[in-house]
Design a protein around this ligand. Structure first.
Ligand code: FES
Ligand code: FE2
Length: 446
């Protein structure tokens, strides 16, 4: 009988507090809430679950955002039910007030002398937060938070970006690995491209469906090169030109994928983050950016809206309406000619559904990895090394603490044409030198 295989990387799926992968993911800023859900003008606190940990998010009376452990440190009442007042968040049970940093400002039922002594002794746990790119971000790790990373896809104001998230019922790692699997675009996402914008955006994934794939390590993760021979003969094309697509795995749970070169020109970048809610669910965050400010957010929003939960319940609005119980309403008729998967044209839905289909926590011991899984294999190894760095007390790869390191123009995502005789390395080096690639068009005009 065959011995059961064990993957040495399976442990990466467990991100609960105190686990090696949990400690690793906590060393990086993570998106935790859409700013839409924490508006300045609404004083209601917001509960959020991340990596098996519950926090309460709120803005103080001056509109400054804050994050505290969700249970009150007195006797564990739920601070989401609390009141924003008196310079912080007041627990609804016995009226203790906590400020942005967790300092106890009031214990109204205690004699003043007792309260004064206790307030210096006990403190709620507070976490650094940062507002950027339509999201509130949190740092859950120990020590001083690293710099907020200046990734190209996170720059600019709302006019440059569309930000949203999807709830997925699956472990974060399998979702993240789907993003660095460039082969699946030639299968899972194949569909009839009905208009010019679809052709411009997705035409590159058309045949041949056996692209060449190679990877290179970067200071922030893994760079992926996907090349496809151009011309009618696929691999036998005579010009020697190839289409080249450059994407990146970004430690520990993000990736930077395609721009919009096909219809908006240079300067597009999309980043995805798969943030664990707990070990069996995650949010897939999407930050879709183009420097030109020409993104058609309305049509993106309209397409996504057709796939969203239809109950109108606020706590379900990041979910899709399709459910596993009904086989996600797969349309076999459309699979004959229109789509490969039969779930409509929304890539996010394809990705969420297929990674859910792998099981709540993907069992790596059942896999038979192939050569085209090279980026996934490299990413697992990097995550493993990064977790070991954290265990040694070091900063893991990709964490930045100086302004010089925080220049991420080398996080190139690009789809272009590789001329015969030009190496991928030379091609990407040229792109890295371009100071205009992601420079905001509006900033350049000023
Ligand atoms: S439980 Fe919060 S003040 Fe008592
Ligand atoms: Fe995908």
């Amino acid at each position: 009988m065959n011995e059961p295989r064990v993957s040495r990387y399976q442990y990466l799926t467990d991100t609960n507090p105190g686990t090696p992968a949990g400690e690793l993911l906590r060393r990086y800023w993570q998106p935790i809430a859409l700013l839409r859900d924490l508006p300045a003008e609404n004083a209601a606190p917001l509960g959020a679950r991340i990596m098996g940990q519950d926090v309460v998010l709120f803005r103080d009376e001056q509109g400054r955002p804050a994050a505290l452990d969700r249970k009150c440190i007195h006797r564990c009442a739920d601070l989401v039910l609390g009141r924003v007042e008196a310079g912080g968040l007041r627990c609804p049970y016995h009226g203790w007030v906590f400020d942005l940093r967790g300092k106890v400002l009031e214990q109204p039922a205690e004699p003043p002398a007792v309260a004064a002594a206790a307030m210096n002794r006990v403190k709620a746990r507070a976490y650094p937060v940062h507002e950027a790119a339509g999201a509130l971000w949190i740092y859950l790790g120990p020590g001083e938070a690293p710099l907020f990373p200046a990734y190209p896809a996170l720059q600019g104001g709302a006019e440059h970006r569309y930000t949203c998230r999807w709830h997925g019922d699956a472990n974060w790692l399998q979702a993240s690995e789907g993003n660095i699997d460039p082969i699946h675009t030639s299968y899972l996402h194949q569909m009839e491209l009905e208009d010019e914008s679809m052709k411009g955006r997705w035409g590159v994934f058309k045949n041949p469906a056996r692209p060449e794939l190679s990877v290179a390590e970067t200071r922030f993760g893994v760079r992926l090169f996907t090349t496809r021979a151009l011309g009618n003969g696929g691999e036998s094309a005579e010009s020697g030109e190839k289409s080249i697509r450059i994407t990146n795995f970004v430690l520990p749970n993000a990736c930077a994928v395609g721009g919009f070169e096909g219809y908006l020109g240079d300067g597009g970048a999309t980043m995805l983050w798969d943030v664990p809610i707990d070990n069996v669910s995650h949010y897939r965050w999407e930050f879709i950016f183009h420097k030109s400010g020409q993104l058609d957010r309305d049509s993106l929003e309209a397409q996504y809206a057709t796939e969203r939960d239809r109950s109108g319940a606020p706590h379900l609005r990041d979910r899709m309406w399709r459910t596993k119980e009904t086989n996600y309403a797969q349309d076999r008729e459309s699979m004959k000619e229109k789509t490969f998967l039969g779930l409509g044209p929304c890539f996010s839905v394809h990705d969420v559904v297929i990674t859910q289909s792998q099981g709540e926590v993907h069992d790596q011991s059942l896999e038979h990895l192939a050569s085209s899984d090279v980026a996934i294999i490299r990413a697992r190894r990097q995550l493993d090394e990064a977790a070991q760095a954290v265990a040694r007390g070091e900063d893991p790869r990709g964490v930045v603490r100086t302004e010089r390191e925080n220049d991420f123009r080398d996080m190139v995502v690009y789809t272009g044409t590789l001329a015969a005789g030009v190496s991928k390395e030379d091609y990407v080096a040229e792109l890295e030198r371009r100071t205009d690639l992601f420079a905001l068009a509006t900033a350049a005009a000023e």
